[in-house]
Design a protein around this ligand. Structure first.
Ligand code: HEM
Length: 445
């Protein structure tokens, strides 16, 4: 007999913990640390096990990962991502990851730096002092332009880039709801369901058109789509159009909202914490003076790096999942075949044992020895193991360059009267972030 697994409190008949998951998701998940190192919850009739212990997380993601496939959340994502890297398991995942890895190699990512900093400069230059900016929308626009710029450098991809930019937010909202809500609801002709389907169709068809146009042009556009078209499988055959389509949409889904959420939170803290702003501005003035940020500056922007790290901790992804392949021993616990496991970076990062005063934004906690020596599995903003975010270095570079480029020009001040709170879609984002730019003395705007 395995050790007993506690169940989260306040489970209701039929809907289980559906209310907590729908209304107070991050708060509910973070509260489970007090209940046990593994806690059963009821996702509207479907049991799932939330892990709150770093060692159990490490076993599932890394040392015993052969016992698990992707979970329910990824089944739902398959509707949109097909056989993209983020949804497949086992050999298909290993093969696809091997083929795609060079596209995200450090050297390749360095080549993306100019697009990242020039896009941020464009966005920052389009602002006027005193004008109210919806910063969360502006950051979504920025990260979509970066991903689109890297995917499609040619005009042949312009319609696909536009469809991704405009339709992806609808798709992201729909995917999360579908993970948490029973299947019957999803088939009803409700406006949310119709909009979701239409947004997917529009993105799919625009991406297919871009792939066909690139193939028939045969030119090297020095972008990710050209690279994807040149890749071969182990038998030397070019990858199919459908395979390329699925990877393109996976990069868009994985790369836009997550990064824009982190950037928005960084700007929120810089704009509301004078101590953080002062230290950041001093660092930017010392390292950059009046010139734009470049790749070579990243190592020197140490405080900025801690701001990013602390945002990745405090506003981490709420949930991703795994599923047991067969009956599984996880530490002292026995899990049945097909058990849905929830890994919540958010929950791990709000554990007061590893992160004292976990709700406090404190970039300098990363200088303290106890935070530098965390156990494996305690800090997992990008997951761990063979399915760890393939673009973790890409994301950190993009956030760093954009934050430097925006903050060297502007002080952003919150528009009074708004309460900024967390909402979770694919990422954990601010509900709304209206701010006004004020010019800084040093850089030209
Ligand atoms: C702050 C930004 C980001 C965060 C917090 C983040 C987080 C994550 C997490 C937690 C996973 C792993 C899920 C798992 O283990 O099952 C993941 C996977 C992935 N992410 Fe990211 N991500 C970010 C940015 C990006 C960017 C910029 C891209 C692409 C340009 C991207 C593409 C992917 C892909 C393709 C996967 C699937 C990897 C695999 O299964 O092998 N992500 N991401």
């Amino acid at each position: 007999m395995g050790a007993a697994i506690p169940t989260a409190a306040n489970r209701l008949p039929v809907i289980g913990h559906g209310v907590q998951l729908a209304r107070r998701r991050t708060e509910f998940l973070a509260s489970l640390t007090e209940v046990g190192e593994i806690v059963e919850i009821d996702m509207v009739g479907m049991p799932a096990y939330v892990l709150t212990d770093p060692d159990l997380i490490w076993r599932v993601l890394v040392s015993e990962s052969h016992n698990y496939l992707r979970g329910r959340m990824f089944d739902k994502m398959t509707e949109v991502l097909g056989n993209g890297l983020a949804t497949i398991s086992g050999k298909a995942h290993r093969d696809t990851r091997r083929i795609l890895q060079p596209t995200f190699h450090k050297q390749q990512i360095a080549a993306y730096a100019p697009i990242m900093s020039s896009t941020a400069a464009d966005v920052a230059e389009s602002w006027r002092a005193g004008q109210a900016i919806e910063v969360d929308d502006a950051m979504n626009d920025l990260t979509a332009r970066v991903v689109n710029g890297i995917l499609f450098a040619s005009d042949l991809g312009a319609a696909a880039a536009d469809a991704i930019q405009r339709r992806l937010p609808v798709v992201m909202r729909g995917m999360l709801t579908r993970t948490l809500i029973p299947g019957a609801w999803q088939r009803l002709p409700l406006p949310a369901n119709t909009q979701y389907r239409k947004a997917i169709e529009q993105m799919d068809s625009a991406i297919d058109t871009a792939i066909a146009a690139y193939r028939s042009s045969g030119a090297d556009h020095s972008d990710m789509l050209t690279t994807l078209l040149s890749l071969k499988d182990e038998t030397g055959k070019p990858m199919s159009d459908q395979w390329i389509h699925d990877q393109v949409i996976t990069v868009a889904v994985g790369g836009i909202e997550t990064t824009s959420a982190a950037l928005s939170w960084c700007l929120h803290y810089v704009g509301t914490r004078p101590d953080v702003e002062k230290e950041l501005h001093t660092e930017l003035d010392t390292v950059l003076g009046d010139r734009p940020v470049e790749l070579m500056d990243v190592m020197a922007l140490k405080f900025l790096g801690r701001v990013v790290q602390e945002v990745l901790r405090l506003h981490a992804v709420a949930v991703f999942m795994r599923r047991t392949i067969g009956p599984t021993q996880l530490g002292p616990y026995e899990l049945p075949a097909g058990a849905e496991i929830i890994v919540s970076p958010y929950t791990m990062h709000h554990n007061a044992h590893w992160f004292p005063e976990p709700a406090r934004f404190d970039p300098d906690r990363w200088l303290r020895p106890e935070t530098q020596n965390l156990p494996k599995g305690a800090f997992i903003p990008f997951s761990a193991g063979h399915s760890k975010c393939i673009a973790d270095n890409f994301a950190v570079l993009e956030i760093t360059l954009a934050l430097a480029e925006i903050c060297r020009r502007w002080r952003l001040r919150p528009v009074p009267g708004q309460a900024v709170r967390e909402i979770t879609t694919g990422a954990t984002r601010p509900n709304r972030l209206a701010m006004r730019p004020e010019a800084r003395g040093r850089a030209t705007v």
